[in-house]
Design a protein around this ligand. Structure first.
Ligand code: GAR
Length: 207
C-alpha cells in the first residue's frame, strides 16, 4: 500500500477526486494517511473530516518566522510517514529541506500545460487569466514531481483542454479541473502506487 499525504490550501476538489478514486478503485494500492492544510478555513479540511481522514493545519501565521513554520510543516509531514506527498492545490512555497528529503516522492498538480503559464506567480485563477489574455486555444493540466524550481520537475502526465468562445477565467478553470486535473492526478497516483513511474534525469518513463 502506498501511503499518501495530501497537502491543500483551499476548496480541495482535487483532494475529493483522490478520495473518490481510492473509493471507486480508480486508484489502487493506495491509502490516504492524512491531509495537511496551511489554511484553517480550507474547505478541503471538511472533506477530509467527512471521509474520516486525519487532518491538521500548519499555518505560517502561528509561527514567528518562516524557518520555524518550515520546520513544523516538515515535522507534520514526517509524522504521517508518507511514501508519497501529493500537493493538491497547496499554494505555499515548499521548504527546501522537504524537497530534498522527498525527492521523487512528492508530486504537484498544476493547472496548465507546463512549460506554458507556470513558474513564479502562476497559480490558481491567475493561470487561466493569463491563458485567456494570451489568447491560446488549448490549455490543460500537468502532474509533475517537485524539485527545487517552481513547476520545473519531471513531468508525469499532461492533458489538454480546449478553450471555448466566451470563456471566463472561472469557466475555464472549472473545465480544466473537470476534464484534466481530476483525471490525471488520480491516474498519476495509481501509476506510482503500482511502480510504473521511473525518473530518468529530468524526465519520467511510464512502464
Ligand atoms: C487547482 O486548480 C490546482 O491545479 C491549482 O490550485 C487549484 C486548487 O483547487 N494549483 C496551482 O495553481 C499550483 N501552482 P482545489 O483546492 O479545488 O483542488
Amino acid at each position: 500500500m502506498l501511503r499518501i499525504a495530501v497537502m491543500v490550501s483551499g476548496g480541495g476538489t482535487n483532494l475529493q477526486a483522490i478520495i473518490d478514486g481510492v473509493k471507486d478503485g480508480t486508484i489502487t494500492n493506495t491509502e490516504i494517511v492524512g491531509v495537511i492544510s496551511n489554511n484553517r478555513n480550507a474547505y478541503a479540511l471538511k472533506r477530509a473530516e467527512e471521509n474520516g481522514i486525519p487532518s491538521l493545519c500548519v499555518s505560517p501565521k502561528d509561527y514567528e518566522t518562516r524557518e520555524i513554520f518550515n520546520e513544523k510543516l516538515l515535522e507534520a509531514v514526517d509524522g504521517l510517514q508518507p511514501d508519497l506527498i501529493v500537493l493538491a492545490g497547496f499554494l505555499v512555497v515548499i521548504p527546501p529541506a522537504m524537497i530534498q528529503k522527498y525527492r521523487n516522492r512528492m508530486i504537484n498538480i498544476h493547472p496548465s500545460l507546463i512549460p506554458s503559464f507556470c513558474g513564479k506567480g502562476y497559480y490558481g485563477l491567475k493561470v487561466h487569466e493569463a491563458a485567456l489574455e494570451r489568447g491560446v486555444k488549448v490549455v490543460g493540466a500537468t502532474v509533475h514531481f517537485v524539485d527545487e524550481g517552481t513547476d520545473t520537475g519531471p513531468i508525469i502526465l499532461q492533458k489538454a483542454v480546449e478553450v471555448e468562445q466566451g470563456d471566463t477565467p472561472e469557466i475555464l478553470q472549472r473545465r480544466v479541473m473537470e476534464q484534466a486535473e481530476w483525471k490525471i492526478l488520480p491516474r498519476a497516483i495509481d501509476l506510482i502506487a503500482n511502480g510504473r513511474v521511473r525518473v530518468e534525469g529530468n524526465k519520467t518513463v511510464i512502464d
